[in-house]
Design a protein around this ligand. Structure first.
Ligand SMILES: [Zn+2]
Length: 523
């Protein structure tokens, strides 16, 4: 995954770093009594994956709740059954939390409502989060505990679902805030979640994550403690994000900390703002109305002026800037804001500030050119085509979908791009993500634009070097070169010799983190 994408026979690890890369015979000369040898026998060793956009802490605590993403969830009744089981297993006074349902995949093709949930849990508070994290549904007890009554007004950037002028429990975007606050996890739960998530990611060969948004202090502290004092074997680039109404990002700016502060395990990342909604809701902000709804162009969190001020503030505070932009309208607004800063402070343009465009989903050619001009770094999730591609085609139409996550255009234009999954929005499985980067097909096998497929070597580079670049860590991570951290994985087969369809079945045999084997496949 180095500049030339070169391949070598062997590597040597010493004191947590790579000390030699080259022919096996030469590598053997570095051996002493304590050397452990892993024979590849035709398998591929590569740098650990860097998932450049994941909600690591959130993923962890989700894993402690009800998983509504499993294939047996086909209807609202199936959801009710799972909630009921959990109600019976939960002490009074405790919240019941679930995540991952997708209303467009339910037989009823609608969100569950407070009434559905009240039927199975009249006493205990329940909150279920949609797979995108931008929409949730709460039962009556949960609304009551969060102090949400019929008189409530829609907050900026959010909406309370209503039927016949009565709250139906569905909470869009910022309307989730009060429920999320009321149902927050304990410190111990956060810690447990972080450990569970790290184990899962390591099994999948992911050795670094960019955490793109924790809601509050307790989750942040749990993560810091695990990384700093408990040797959590994963590297975290922690974005200072104000997501879902939290002010966390702004508090970070006030402290005087800057991007890059930290150590080799955990580092402060970018200041992140949310510009629009989600791709699958759909709530993202588009230039033209949705193909499925001529009245709808999505949700915007800021006006252009407000966004310009935020971007400028981040630069003043010596923070890398990152913005969640899914729709073309949101991407355009972010690029406008960057342009304004460059105009005002011409020196910024030549500095290596690597503004991140998170998702960068609906991105037609004019925006690709502007990204190139402004040296921005798209952080993309091709895996979404698998789970949400059919919905995209319905909601945005073929032409816009063909311009989604245009990895080929980015690479042709020499724009450095980083791959990620945004898990728990979709699975963190890197092999599904690689498969989608090279094929772009939906789960029902519809094409999402063959012109933007890329080669496997390009996808692997975006999943390793691209992520390292997006966090200013390309001198330490992202390729197997002398002097870099020995975050190395061994795949079950030679991935470069596989058919596209076989890539999804690749397994990780070993995960080595800083020279230590932290996972070894048993089956
Ligand atoms: Zn995200």
């Amino acid at each position: 995954m180095d500049e030339r994408n070169s391949r070598e026979e062997a590597l040597v690890i010493k004191n947590g770093k790579i000390s030699f890369v080259g022919p096996s015979a030469e590598a053997m000369e570095h051996r002493d009594q304590s050397t452990e040898i892993i024979e590849l026998n035709g398998r591929t060793a590569m740098p650990g994956f860097i998932d450049a956009h994941v909600h690591f802490v959130k993923l962890g605590v989700n894993m402690l709740g009800i998983n509504l993403k499993t294939p047996d969830i086909k209807s609202i009744n199936d959801i009710k059954k799972k909630v009921k089981e959990q109600v019976l297993a939960t002490r009074n006074g405790k919240w019941i939390r679930g995540w991952g349902y997708d209303h467009s995949k339910l037989a009823e093709n609608r969100h569950p409502t407070r009434r559905d949930l009240d039927e199975v849990s009249p006493e205990k508070p329940v909150v279920l989060t949609r797979t995108c994290g931008h929409i949730a549904v709460a039962n009556s007890k949960a609304l009551e505990l969060a102090g949400i009554s019929e008189e409530v007004n829609d907050p900026p950037g959010g909406k309370f679902g209503r039927e016949n002028n009565k709250l139906n429990g569905v909470l869009y975007e910022a309307a989730q805030d009060r429920i999320l606050e009321a149902s927050d996890y304990s410190f111990e739960e956060y810690k447990e979640g972080v450990r569970v998530a790290a184990n899962e990611l390591l099994k999948n060969g992911i050795t670094s994550v960019h955490d793109e948004g924790i809601r509050g202090r307790i989750g942040t502290q749990a993560l810091l403690e695990a990384c700093l004092f408990e040797d959590l074997p994963i590297r975290v680039y922690l974005s200072a994000a104000s997501i879902l109404g939290s002010k966390l990002g702004d508090y970070f700016l006030e402290t005087g900390l800057i991007t890059g502060f930290g150590n080799s395990k955990i580092r402060i990342g970018a200041y992140k703002v949310m510009i629009d909604g989600s791709s699958s809701g759909p709530t993202c902000a588009t230039r033209e109305p949705y193909s499925s709804d001529p009245e709808n162009t999505g949700i915007l969190y800021y006006t252009q002026e407000e966004l310009n001020a935020l971007v400028e503030k981040a630069y003043h505070s010596k923070f890398q800037i990152s913005a969640h932009c899914v729709g073309d309208k949101a991407i355009e607004m972010m690029l406008n804001a960057l342009e304004k800063v460059y105009e005002k402070y011409p020196s910024k343009k030549n500095q290596d500030i690597r503004p991140r465009i998170e998702h960068c989903a609906i991105c037609p050619p004019d925006l690709v050119s502007k990204i190139k001009k402004l040296h921005a770094v798209p952080i993309v999730q091709p895996a979404w085509f698998n789970e949400f591609g059919d919905g995209y085609l319905r909601n945005y139409g073929k032409e816009r979908v063909e311009n989604m996550f245009p990895m080929n255009s980015f690479i042709k234009n020499k724009i450095i791009v980083a791959m990620s999954t945004d898990s728990p929005v979709t699975s963190y499985d890197p092999f599904m993500n690689l498969y989608e980067a090279i094929t772009r097909v939906s789960s029902s096998c519809q094409s999402c634009g063959q012109n933007e497929t890329i080669g496997l070597d390009e996808a692997l580079r975006a999943y390793t070097f691209g992520g390292a670049y997006a966090s200013f860590q390309e001198n330490e991570l992202g390729s197997l070169e002398e002097g870099k951290f020995a975050d190395v994985i061994v795949l079950s087969r030679n991935i470069m010799q596989m058919q596209a369809s076989e890539i999804k079945d690749t397994k990780v045999d070993f995960t080595i983190f800083g020279g230590m084997t932290v996972y070894q496949r048993k089956d």
